[in-house]
Write a protein that binds this ligand. Structure first.
Ligand code: CDP
Length: 684
């Protein structure tokens, strides 16, 4: 452990921290920033006047790094060293080194804007430029002025432009911790391969059969490809002639890996065995995997991008930036000279790749962030004047304001409303927090809590009934009560309620092909959300169970009405004559119901005329995912509100560059034309 570069710079870092409130520390991935800085500060007495908070953009890193630090300090996780991520808090009164996601720290500053429980705040992995870390950078600037005598802020990064951040913090010092990187030989492909998957597979086998010992790290774009690659490599390696090469252990690594599997990548390879780690970009900088000598870089990454003019998120496979390519290559030279196989020509690296990755703030929906900043209620903090390291576009700010106005979180003058304040108390995206508040009014809070919990736990539900018919496994078809035809939210509710009736039995989940871990997580989330709602709600909240049906409501009317309110920005109207939909509001476009949806046709054999959707995703074409049928009578007041919306007033005079909302009449006219032209694709 003594070899970690950060420890060699301990005195220099501490001297700088003593003399300055803000310090930027730049050090190679693996130099010990995440695991050592907190321990150094603890040893030097900084935990006497408060705890040390270390933020991580990724949940998995917060958990795994805190586990490692607890082990190094020699304490039980959750005691002196702990972590807090959304819906999971593993800290206690004793905790003085607390790893937490940047989102959790933002939330903490809502109830305690001075964050005076902390003597040191470390914003780790700032180079990832996550939306929340960027907001924290702005907030820290204000906080160090307020608490200059008793707060230290450290910003750490592997690749960040230190000068830019230093300027942002009025010229604060930057400590560079040189890494002990060994030379890495770059091997470029002469052309881009037809299939990155096949090329990675071939390259990995080639290295394994020809090259001396050393682990291989392959960067893939997503979990599906990773799982496929792991099984393909395992199968191939098992069938290699005995003695032709050393043993190999193939391991996946991604953000949703269960903790017990994550641990495996941090243990060294067994003797005479090569590890082949197949990872997302998480191994670029967030998690350091020791022992890697060979890196295979496909040159791609999966990135979520939001388009404010359509309100659509797309998960696109995009080219990495040059900074990312360098980071990937660097993983090969941590312990000895290594090799990096770039599956693209060198001209692509030099001329096509962007210098740096686009910060998340410039590719995300900002509704939640804008609501957050407004709810802070700080006179000197406003979304339009907020000090961003890189500002978001005016279009996306306007989009966020319009979204918040439609769901009553801000008024026509852009001021936060009572509803908006209540929404900000809930650790949910604005659509779901608005749904809960409306459900409370309509007397169906218990059901809405379940829906919000299941959606937040991101339970990947297969379309149960449909698949059960084709399934050859022992999986039992799940008999859901009538009503799931209203759509996916209702189906999710019914699945959870069936599990509730089965006494939350694990075997029940397995029999119905549902992940036990995710189901249990959703139960836990539901409990936490109901505890928060207890403080907000008008009536008693049903914390334990969701089985409080509204008598006689077989069509889930109240819940669907509450969802309609919450998802007021995510409405779509069916186009007469065919099965396509058109999204309503100031950004209108043709969309389809995702084929996996539970939404069924009504008695006339038609899909519902109006639906709300949880998200729009663009794959082969724009699809609405998680859809719920709603009534026209509930939609009309929302449309009226949209008509009256004045973006200029909402933004307090933000220039006219902002898109004007589409007039409802104009939209209806457009809809008629599209319907009569009959060019929409059918759902089937
Ligand atoms: O933050 P930075 O990338 O500079 O380094 P780090 O995450 O503190 O990693 C320092 C060392 O701790 C590396 O050798 C990691 O492999 C090791 N580590 C670990 O064994 N388990 C973890 N969960 C995290 C780090």
């Amino acid at each position: 452990m003594a070899a970690l570069p950060i420890l060699l710079f301990e005195d220099k870092i501490m001297e700088t921290v003593e003399k300055n409130s803000v310090v930027v520390i730049i050090g190679e991935t693996g130099s010990g920033k995440s695991t050592q800085l907190s321990q150094i500060l603890h040893r030097r007495g900084y935990t006497r006047s408060g705890a040390i908070a270390i933020t991580q953009p990724r949940r998995v890193a917060a958990v795994s790094v805190s586990r490692r630090v607890a082990y190094e300090v020699g304490v039980q996780l959750g005691e002196e060293v702990g972590y807090a991520i959304r819906f999971e808090d593993r800290t206690s009164d004793k905790t003085c080194i607390k790893y937490l996601t940047d989102g959790v720290l933002l939330r903490e500053s809502l109830s305690n804007p001075e964050l005076d429980q902390y003597s040191v705040i470390i914003l780790d992995e700032a180079h990832e430029r996550s939306l929340n870390t960027d907001i924290l950078l702005g907030l820290m600037k204000r906080l160090v002025k307020l608490r200059s005598s008793n707060l230290k802020v450290l910003i750490t990064s592997a690749t960040l432009d230190g000068v830019k951040v230093s300027k942002f913090f009025s010229g604060c010092p930057v400590v560079n911790v040189p890494g002990t990187l060994f030379p890495v030989e770059m091997l470029y492909s002469s052309e881009r391969p037809k299939s990155y998957f096949d090329a990675s597979f071939r390259t990995a086998l080639d290295i394994h059969s020809r090259e001396p010992p050393g682990d291989i790290l392959i960067f893939m774009t997503g979990q599906d490809d990773i799982d496929k690659m792991v099984s393909k490599l395992e199968e191939k390696i098992q069938n290699l002639d005995e003695g032709s090469c050393m043993d190999a252990l193939v391991l996946p690594l991604h953000g949703t890996l269960p903790p017990e599997l994550q641990v495996r990548v941090f243990s060294p390879a067994p003797p005479d065995c090569r590890r082949i780690i197949v990872s997302t970009n998480i191994a670029e900088t967030s998690l350091t995997v020791d022992g890697v000598v060979y890196v295979i870089d496909t040159g791609y990454v999966k990135q979520r991008q939001y388009n404010p003019s359509t309100g659509m998120y797309s998960l696109d496979v995009v080219q990495i930036s040059r900074v990312q390519a360098d980071q990937r290559a660097g993983r090969a030279g941590r312990t000895r000279p290594g090799k990096c196989y770039r599956l693209y020509p060198s001209i692509v690296y030099h001329e096509e790749l962007l210098d740096a990755t686009v910060p998340e703030i410039q590719r995300s929906s900002l509704a939640g962030t804008v609501l957050y900043l407004k709810s802070l209620n700080l006179p000197d903090i406003d979304i339009l004047t907020f000090d961003f390291l890189d500002a978001p576009s005016r279009e996306s700010l306007a989009d966020a304001l319009m979204q918040l106005y439609v769901i009553d979180a801000i008024d026509a003058a852009g001021m936060i409303t009572h509803v908006g304040r209540t929404m900000a108390e809930l650790p949910l995206e604005p659509s779901l927090s608005r749904t809960l508040i409306e459900a409370d009014e309509l007397g169906c809070l218990s059901q809405a809590l379940t829906v919000a919990a299941v959606l937040s736990a991101e339970i990947a539900l297969r379309p149960i009934q449909r698949n059960a018919k084709d399934s050859k496994s022992k999986e039992q078809p799940l008999q859901l009560p009538d009503g799931s035809r209203w759509g996916d939210h209702i189906q999710l509710l019914q699945i959870y309620e069936s599990w509730d009736r089965a006494d939350y039995d694990s075997d029940w989940c397995i029999n119905h092909n549902l992940q036990v871990r995710s189901m249990k997580f959703s139960k836990d989330v539901r409990k936490q959300l109901s505890q928060i709602m207890q403080k907000i709600s008008k009536g008693p909240v049903d914390v334990q169970s969701s089985l409080r049906h509204r008598k006689g409501e077989h069509d889930y009317r109240s819940l669907r009405k509450a969802l309609c309110k919450g998802y007021g920005n995510q409405l779509a109207e069916r186009m007469i004559h065919h099965n396509g939909f058109r999204t309503l509001g100031y950004r209108s476009q043709l969309v389809q119901v995702h084929p996996s949806s539970a939404l069924e046709t009504n008695e006339d054999g038609r899909l519902s005329d109006y639906v709300v959707y949880h998200e729009l995703i663009s794959t082969s074409r724009p699809f609405m995912r998680n859809v719920c049928a709603v009534d026209m009578a509930w939609v009309m007041p929302i449309m009226k509100k949209l008509e009256k919306m004045d973006v200029y007033k909402l933004s307090g005079g933000l220039e006219a560059a902002i898109t004007k909302p589409v007039e409802h009449e104009a939209h209806q006219q457009a809809n008629k034309e599209i319907n009569s032209s009959g060019t929409g694709d059918s759902v089937e």
